[in-house]
Design a protein around this ligand. Structure first.
Ligand SMILES: Nc1ncnc2c1ncn2[C@@H]1O[C@H](COP(=O)(O)OP(=O)(O)O)[C@@H](O)[C@H]1O
Ligand SMILES: [Mg+2]
Length: 292
């Protein structure tokens, strides 16, 4: 390799490292701030609810004035409960999840969570210059897990998402499904009691998505985590949840809820899943007709 190329590579690497350090610092600062607000919001309800929202509204300033996106949302997630939040695109699902995550504040109403939630998005958001293992380890480092314990914990998390032996793999060597498994392990590394998921499998093919539904169900059952899972896909909502909460559009309100009493593991093509999905789709269609 010519020395000029090596210099270019070294510069690129240094830049990447600098960006990584800045991102880590930002994440750590954010974590510290969230820990502070978390303790402030930790009330008598902590432990009884993974999340509790009362009369939560959110508006954004738009060109035509204030736009009300979420209107008077009441929502509880019990410890260990799996809730899916279902609604048409643009109805405010991500806005609501960001509020629960503490990334933004409600315009009105109150919101408490049991500790700081972990977040997982559609885009895996892994650092491409780190290996799968190092991406997970970063989450452990940020929450102060001693270096001597980190490697073993990363291996446990990799085993939990069935990625044994993937520690040294680079992000570009992993398939879309495997990247989401790493992202899941990284979210689990945060040791939160509430996992927030924003359409995490929307970009995957149907078969991979099916497999990850099974894995998520198993992990939820094994860990006892509470999960608030956002999707616009009715069958996915019914496949996963103990309770489906439907948001209306413009503004987002809780339109209706369903308890899903179908035993796990479920398949999207199981008759009871298909039947309930059909019912919910009808209501969702009505909502879309009414609100556009
Ligand atoms: N930061 C923001 N500033 C202004 N408007 C926003 C902002 N975030 C979201 N919105 C608006 O809120 C509405 C709901 O968006 P979003 O929560 O992303 O919907 P969903 O996730 O259900 O598709 C959209 O009309 C969007 O344009
Ligand atoms: Mg969204």
């Amino acid at each position: 390799m010519r020395s000029q190329e090596m210099t270019t590579m070294a510069t690129t690497y240094a830049k990447a490292e600098k960006a990584a350090r800045a991102a880590q610092a930002a994440e750590a600062a954010e974590a510290a701030e969230a820990a502070e607000t978390g303790s402030a919001s930790e009330s008598a309800d902590a432990g009884r609810y993974a999340a509790r929202l009362r009369h939560v509204s959110k508006s954004f300033a738009g060109p035509g004035g204030e736009q009300l996106v979420l209107d008077d949302i009441d929502l509880d997630v019990a410890p260990g409960e799996f809730v899916t939040l279902l609604g048409a695109s643009g109805c405010g699902k991500s806005t609501l999840l960001n509020l629960v995550a503490g990334l933004d504040r409600p315009s009105a109403g109150s919101l408490t969570t049991d500790g700081r939630p972990a977040l997982m998005f559609q885009e895996h958001a892994l650092f491409p210059w780190l290996t799968a293992g190092k991406n997970i380890e970063l989450a452990l480092r940020l929450r102060g897990v001693p270096a001597s314990e980190r490697r073993a914990r990363v291996e446990e998390l990799l085993a939990l998402v069935r990625l044994h032996g993937a520690y040294g793999k680079r992000v570009h060597e992993l398939s879309g499904g495997m990247r989401q498994r790493v992202a899941m392990a990284r979210a689990l590394a945060q040791d939160s009691r509430l996992l927030l998921m924003d359409e995490p499998f929307a970009a995957l093919d149907a078969i991979t998505r099916d497999t990850l539904h099974d894995e998520l169900t198993r992990i939820w059952q094994e860990t006892g985590l509470s999960v608030l899972f956002v999707t616009h896909n009715v069958r996915e909502a019914v496949r996963l949840a103990q309770r489906v909460v439907l948001l209306s559009s413009r503004p987002g309100r809780v339109a209706r809820e369903w308890t899903v009493d179908i035993p796990q593991p479920r398949r999207v093509e199981d008759a009871p899943v298909a039947e309930l999905s059909l019912q919910i789709t009808e209501v969702l269609r009505g909502e879309i007709r009414r609100h556009g």
